[in-house]
Unconditional design. Structure first.
Lengths: 169, 195
């Protein structure tokens, strides 16, 4: 049971240590390039930092961190879409994705496919691939387990289609 | 690729280098604050610079034989505005936190400086617009009463001064609303988080 009045900074450090892989995956799943990943990661950290003092241990830490990270990423992604619509014709070397290394081509393709899903499905698929239970997914997303099952089935089918399409191109 | 293969790929993916951590976050907040300080510095530099250029011009014009004593009021107003801005800057430079401060101290210092800038812009009427416009209006009125200026030109000048004053006031309040208040709530949220 976590301390009810911990130092938020200490808790944030602890979460960063523990959930860094999870956060890195969420950020990469929603951002399109390294610069965007950094921006989003900073936003997620600020939100986690702000939420750290409110964490009361009524749900698992991983559920809390997933929830904060996905909510931030989804809000960020909506804002990023508005921004990119405004700056569609501006090319910048910093925002161009680095060419994929040969051994990361598959994971890059998977991320590219995930990014094409709608934001809630992106979150569900990421948790599914991480092996998160339906119950925890339901807690993170604020959905019933049955609803998670339905949405996830649809998202998995869509992802498989996208992945197979990418392979045939 | 089936579901199990995707899971395996996902769970065994090489993770990128850390993107940012708490010190980086603090550094980002610090960079934003430094940018804000630079903007404020150049704004003050411009304002004081213009006043310093205008002071000798108005002193020279006040020393002409036909000049009225009210011309010196404009010089006084320029000296007051430039002096006020320089003293204000020096006071805030002394109050800046030293190196090694905690995250909370850094945010509190940034917030205090921002609050002060909001206060300055909200009160721009008495320390900037008022003295300058007041001196110009007194000088123009005196010129009209003592003869060299026609009433129609006097009314025209008054209208220009009022419009200019109102525009400057509006511009400052708009800057508070558009830039400073959103930044203040951002910093307040951050401060809440570190308490």
């Amino acid at each position: 049971m976590p301390n009810p009045h911990p130092d938020p900074e200490a808790r944030l450090r602890e979460w960063l240590e523990k959930f860094r892989p999870l956060l890195a995956k969420v950020v990469r799943g929603f951002a399109n390039c390294r610069q965007e990943e950094q921006e989003l990661f900073q936003d997620v950290l600020v939100q986690l930092w702000q939420s750290a003092a409110r964490f009361d241990g009524r749900c698992a830490e991983s559920t809390w961190v997933y929830r904060v990270a996905f909510n931030t990423a989804m809000a960020w992604s909506r804002a990023a879409k508005r921004r990119s619509a405004r700056q569609a014709d501006v090319a910048d070397f910093d925002t161009m994705p680095a060419p994929p290394a040969p051994d990361t081509a598959q994971i890059d393709a998977l991320y590219a496919a995930i990014r094409q899903l709608p934001a809630p499905e992106t979150a569900l698929i990421m948790m599914h691939l991480d092996g998160v239970s339906y119950r925890e997914m339901a807690e993170v997303m604020g959905l019933s387990e049955a609803n998670v099952g339905t949405k996830l089935t649809r998202a998995r089918a869509q992802l498989a289609k996208l992945m197979n399409g990418a392979r045939h191109e | 690729m089936n579901d199990e293969e995707m899971k395996r790929l996902w769970q065994n993916q090489p993770l990128p280098e850390p993107l940012a951590d708490v010190p980086t976050l603090l550094a980002t907040a610090g960079r934003k604050h430094q940018k804000f300080q630079r903007t404020i510095f150049w704004r003050d530099f411009r304002e004081v610079g213009v006043a310093l250029v205008l002071i000798p011009i108005f002193v020279a014009s006040a020393q002409r034989e036909d000049a009225l004593w009210t011309s010196y009021l404009i010089v006084l107003a320029l000296v007051f505005v430039a002096g006020f801005m320089v003293i204000d800057r020096l006071r805030w430079r002394k109050a800046a936190p030293g190196p090694g401060e905690t995250m909370g101290d850094t945010i509190r210092a940034a917030l205090a400086e921002l609050e002060h800038q909001i206060w300055l812009l909200r009160n721009v009427l008495w320390w900037y617009i008022g003295p300058l416009m007041g001196a110009l209006i007194i000088d123009t009125t005196h010129q009209m009463l003592t003869g060299p200026r026609e009433p129609s030109s006097f009314i025209g000048s008054l209208a220009v001064f009022f419009l200019l004053g109102a525009f400057l006031w509006w511009l400052n309040q708009w800057a508070v609303k558009r830039d400073l208040e959103p930044r203040r709530s951002e910093l307040q949220k951050l401060l809440e988080a570190v308490r």
